[in-house]
Design a protein around this ligand. Structure first.
Ligand code: 5AD
Ligand code: SF4
Length: 444
């Protein structure tokens, strides 16, 4: 590979989960700190970072087709870096199959991106997929600017080893970032404009640390510490495992006003046999009991979940158990997926894989039920007065978009500014958004 001029402009494209969005932002900050300029369009960038996701099928094919699409009309390509979980899982193969990729960097090593890009510009292709997660955060530049709603990764990796999931292999073992680092990063985000912080982790409620007095605390301790900042209005966290919903965290839902009434708690299936085969180490019943306890302290909590249909061996009756669980919970929103065999995971080699037709049919039936419940939840909000965090301008002149405490998208007309917390009467509801009328501008 021959040397090229070092890139001056960059574009980061993130796929997949919110943690990838957070990582993408941090990579952009890192490159900007080196004096590079962000380009809105990838065609205008000297360096394109594809921050990839490996959770479900076709991820790898998609990366190769994205790489192909980066070739420009004159036959040239930008300097291409592949980051994220596909890089972690398939780094060597990417380097072999795609000569236009000059940098491959895994999710725990992206603090090294600038030096790797410099190496690549000097003619040396670079791969880094080690997993020393702690080094990364310390090496990243301090946060400066933030939108009204910010992400903060507090925990990474997973030790649960659900049999379908690649995360324990691509993101590595669970690690918790230190309490004081997180309090400091949250302060910087708030100083940079954030009014809401969403704490992120593959198993965020498994976060543990020592507080500023050296006492061991769980996620609830971190939430309470962050809530003490008078300029931070809202706290959320995602994504959680049912077995890590501690008494303390459940209690925090009833006691910490800034902790928003929303809980994303994946269950995956309503069948105990399937849950066991998935190695979820909870039952449908124990999951429902957790929800009951959260509802007891926060009756208006909006619930969300993740589901997989067509896990190997799932029978019609077992799928019906999932529909029954959905009926019992009444989710405000949820994500549902067809099972996708991931190479290297135990489920991929299990017997009785489900046919595509059956999967399609189950997914449609599940999504019909979830959509029905989402609309019902939104309709039940009509008539409520609530606070909305203003996050964006709407399509119409004078229109604003924001989020209700229950994470619904709310649109309204009138006087407001980004980052305002405004009081809105919810007057109409669709499946994906709520119409509001500005009641008054709150003294924020
Ligand atoms: N197939 C389908 N869905 C999956 N998920 C994780 N792994 C797979 C897989 N192999 C889903 C789970 C998880 C969400 C992030 O993605 O529902 O909670
Ligand atoms: Fe994957 Fe299970 Fe860990 Fe979630 S808890 S990241 S589904 S292994």
């Amino acid at each position: 590979m021959s040397a090229t001029t070092p890139p001056k402009t960059f574009h980061v494209k993130s796929f997949g989960c919110q943690m990838n969005v957070y990582d993408g932002e941090r990579m952009a900050e890192l490159l900007a700190a080196q004096g590079m300029t962000a380009a809105d369009a990838r065609d205008d960038a000297d360096l394109v970072v594809l921050n990839t996701c490996h959770i479900r099928e076709k991820a790898t094919e998609k990366v190769y087709s994205d790489i192909g699409r980066l070739r420009r009309d004159d036959g040239s390509s930008p300097l291409i870096a592949v980051a994220g979980c596909v890089a972690q899982a398939e780094g060597v193969e990417i380097m072999t199959r795609a000569p236009s990729v000059k940098v491959v960097v895994g999710p725990q090593s992206y603090h090294r991106l600038p030096e790797m890009v410099a190496d690549a510009a000097a003619g040396r292709r670079a791969t880094e997929t080690d997993m020393p997660a702690e080094a990364k955060f310390a090496a990243l530049p301090k946060r400066r600017k933030s939108g009204p709603s910010a992400f903060l990764t507090v925990q990474e990796g997973c030790d649960k080893f659900c049999t379908y999931c690649v995360v324990p292999y691509t993101r590595g073992a669970e690690i918790s970032r230190p309490f004081t680092d997180l309090v400091e990063e949250a302060k910087l985000l708030v100083a940079g404009g954030a009014r809401e912080i969403t704490l992120l982790g593959q198993n965020v409620n498994a976060w543990t640390g020592d507080d500023d007095k050296g006492r061991p605390v769980g996620l609830d301790g971190l939430v309470r510490a962050l809530a003490a900042d008078p300029d931070l209005a809202r706290i959320r966290y995602t994504t959680s495992h049912p077995n890590d919903m501690t008494d303390g965290l459940i209690a925090a839902h009833g006691e910490v006003e800034k902790l928003m009434p929303f809980l994303h708690l994946p269950v995956q299936s309503g069948s105990d046999r399937v849950l066991k085969a998935m190695n979820r180490s909870h039952t449908a019943e124990s999951y429902l009991r957790v929800l009951e306890r959260v509802r007891a302290v926060r009756p208006d909590i909006a619930l969300s979940g993740d589901f997989i249909v067509g896990f190997p061996g799932e029978t019609d009756a077992e799928f019906e158990d999932t529909l029954r669980l959905v009926d019992a919970v009444g989710y405000a929103q949820a994500f549902s997926f067809k099972y996708s065999a991931r190479p290297g995971t135990p489920a991929a080699t299990m017997d009785s894989h489900i046919t595509a037709d059956v999967m399609d049919d189950r997914l449609r039936r599940l999504q019909d039920a979830l959509n029905r419940d989402q609309l019902a939840f939104n309709r039940a909000s009509i008539g409520q007065r609530c606070t909305v965090l203003v996050e964006r301008r709407g399509k119409l002149p004078g229109q604003w978009l924001g989020k209700s405490p229950w994470l619904q998208s709310v649109h309204f007309m009138g006087e407001a500014a980004l980052g305002d917390l405004v009081t809105v009467d919810l007057v109409d509801a669709g499946p994906n958004s709520i119409a509001g009328v500005l009641a008054e501008k709150q003294a924020a």
